[in-house]
Ligand binder design. Structure first.
Ligand code: ATP
Ligand code: MG
Length: 486
């Protein structure tokens, strides 16, 4: 009944043993060994060598104790013990794999689906960290597809305009061939995805609607968050806004520019310059996009910020985060998942850049769960993302990371990281992730399923530079205005 794959040999350690391979064994394969003391012990093949004989090294994962907890054995396996291929039921039970929920892919080395609980994702936040090109956005797309199918509202901060392709079914031939293995079928989500642009339809022809923020009664703090100011500049702005407030109940950026122009201080020029830049982007409006329109059951709203300057992007993220947080607190909108791509730009670690959106993202990370506001943060520079945000994410999806600073940051920030784990994540192949989640007993490697919908990162690769050039010139003056350089 059990499939024999080898016999324990050499020196056995508490957490590791070697065996001579007699059956079929693959790297990352799960195996089991019977011990007198603890019963069946689960282990995973971490090394395969073939010199005279084929030998494998297996890392001990543990066994399920009477209380149902995954436990590290106190005793070692013995020489000449038989090593069997671990069966599905034993793996599932020992690792505590659940069925149903958010389907992420297959347990690496085995055909066992890995799920995470929807509630854990939303209530306890999630991060996807890895080096560039390793599949972060692809994996985020998988999570988004799953959440969309469960009708969870999504608000997606999309700096590169990659997520619009969620509308279309996956056309990649290679990936379509793999769908059967993962038990899925191609699917587009056109009826559920709404793309917003903070620019306009000539700059972003992919957009469905305009995104506008409230330009009425901007406060000194909001403006200060938006651009760096000297004390003298801050003083002028403060006086001007106070003077307007004493005359008017509602004021616009136009009123602020006018009042600042009346100042005698030479600091006024710089402020006027900044205020005019904001005005020219056209983002401010007296009929702003309502948060109730953005956050709806069964809808994914994508804020496609392609072409917007970093400062403007941070202002947008700041306003959005503030509104979803308050909206949830007051029960104006349903529980949702907020997806933040390139998180290092919006909640940078102290000592790196300053961002208007930092504080509110930190608040959402620490308090969002109380209000059903889940966060999915994605970054290629783990070391540059606010540690307070990362440490609040209970589900961690780590793809390949090679930068030593980033590996150090991960080790410091994540409880489950060990030196073996560090080695593992340096070598993870593309499309495979190390998953740590409250839904499973211990971190496992997951072969992330292929996307049902088209992946946007790839569409960008296909766009030839020629095409890009023509589009840029067509977009013309407005495009330049929208990303006015400082
Ligand atoms: N699970 C997967 N299955 C199949 N292909 C994948 C998978 N993950 C990633 N890929 C491939 O890898 C490429 C890069 O992935 P992706 O765009 O998600 O990288 P990224 O980590 O977001 O990069 P960047 O840092 O540049 O944003 C994709 O175009 C896709 O072809
Ligand atoms: Mg990406």
């Amino acid at each position: 009944m059990y499939k024999l794959v080898g016999v324990v040999t050499g020196e056995v350690k508490l957490h590791e043993f070697e065996f001579v391979v007699t059956g079929e064994v693959r790297l990352n394969e799960y195996v089991k060994v019977w011990t007198e003391q603890d019963g069946w012990i689960l282990a995973r093949v971490v090394k395969l060598v073939e010199v005279e004989k084929k030998k494998a090294t297996a890392e001990v994962i543990g066994y399920k104790d009477e209380r149902g907890f995954l436990t590290q054995p106190d005793s070692t396996v013995s020489r000449d013990d038989k090593v069997f291929k671990a069966d599905r039921a034993f793996i599932t039970e020992t690792l505590g794999l659940k069925s149903g929920g958010i389907y992420l892919g297959l347990l690496e080395g085995r055909n066992i689906p890995v799920y995470i609980r929807k509630e854990e994702l939303i209530q306890k936040h999630c991060s996807i960290l890895a080096k560039t090109g390793s599949g972060k956005s692809y994996t985020a797309g998988v999570l988004i597809e799953e959440l969309l199918e469960k009708s969870v509202p999504l608000l997606i901060i999309d700096p590169h305009g990659e997520y619009v392709t969620l509308k279309y079914e996956n056309r990649n031939e290679e990936e379509r061939k793999q769908m059967e293995k993962y038990g899925i079928a191609p699917r587009g989500y056109a009826s559920r995805v709404v793309v917003y642009t903070p620019a306009n339809f000539s700059i972003n022809p992919n957009a469905d609607r305009l995104f506008r923020i409230d330009g009425i009664n901007l406060s000194v703090k909001e403006l200060y968050d938006l651009f760096p100011m000297s004390d003298a500049q801050l003083g002028v702005l403060y006086q001007s806004i106070n003077a307007i407030k004493s005359q008017k109940e509602f004021y616009t950026i136009e009123d602020i520019i006018k009042k600042v122009s009346e100042s005698k201080s030479s600091a006024r020029w710089r402020i006027i310059h900044y205020l005019e830049r904001i005005r020219e982007t056209g983002i401010l409006s007296d009929s702003p996009t309502r948060i109730e329109e953005l956050v709806k059951r069964g809808q994914a709203s994508i804020i496609d910020m392609k072409g917007a300057e970093p400062d403007l992007q941070r202002l947008i993220v700041y306003r959005l985060c503030k509104e979803v947080f308050e909206g949830r607190k007051m029960g104006k909108i349903p529980p949702l998942m907020l997806v933040v791509e390139e998180a290092h730009n919006f909640c940078p670690e102290r000592g790196f850049e300053r961002a208007a959106s930092s504080n509110i993202l930190r608040t959402i990370a620490s308090e969002g769960r109380k209000f059903g506001l889940g966060l999915l943060v994605i970054s290629q520079r783990p070391a540059r993302v606010d540690k307070n945000v990362i440490s609040q994410c209970n589900t961690q999806i780590i793809l390949r990371v090679t930068n030593p600073n980033d590996i150090r940051a991960l080790s410091k920030g994540l409880e489950f990281m060990s030196s073996e784990m560090e080695e593992v994540i340096k070598r993870i192949p593309q499309g495979v992730a190390l998953l740590s989640s409250p839904s499973i007993e211990m971190p496992v490697l997951v072969d992330i399923r292929v996307r049902k919908s088209e992946h946007g990162g790839r569409a960008v690769e296909f766009e030839s530079e020629e095409v890009e050039e023509v589009q840029t010139s067509k977009r013309g003056v407005l495009a330049r205005l929208f990303s006015i350089s400082a």
